[in-house]
Design a protein around this ligand. Sequence first.
Ligand code: AMP
Length: 193
Amino acid sequence: MINIVLFGPPGSGKGTQAQNLIEKFNLKQISTGDLFRYNMKNGTALGILAKSYIDKGELVPDQVTTDMLIEEVKKPTNTNGFIFDGYPRTANQTDALETIVKDILNDEISVCLSLIVSDEILVERLLKRGETSGRTDDSNEEIIRTRIKEYYTKTAEVAELYKQQGKYVEVNGVGGIEEIAAKLFAEVEKISL
Ligand code: AMP
């Protein structure tokens, strides 16, 4: 199996590049942000709880997020593996993911691919996305900057853990979509050959 952790700040193109990787390698994407938004749209108890954090640009508590992820990993799939998009974001979630992949899939994380984009480009991209996405957390520069700051403070430790395991790879996330995809494909091919 190929189990990729796709890593990058909000607006780094994770969603777009996950789609490219899914098609290329036949993977199932699990995006915790998308799962929360689905629950918020449907007004579930989980969605109402998540909204109180998401609207402020804060992380949803680990336990709630991890329980939701486990339900997704357990669903049957015919794919060659998974892309974890937006999870893990904390050291606690990184440990949880290792256990989940081992216990449910009898496998391990193959690689953590990290998209690198400067803060100024991220803010610009997110404000632009907010004009059409209708996402409340994309429409305000202050909330966007909180999300980016939160990402770096909380996720530095995640990058560190994957670095220690020799599984952390940085890819420049600025440039054409195809160009970035090609770099990501090359990194995955390195580990799956
Ligand atoms: P995203 O679409 O990945 O930017 O996620 C949108 C929002 O959902 C984040 O700002 C968090 O509030 C919440 N969220 C998504 N994934 C996680 C996670 N792994 N842990 C905690 N909160 C998360």
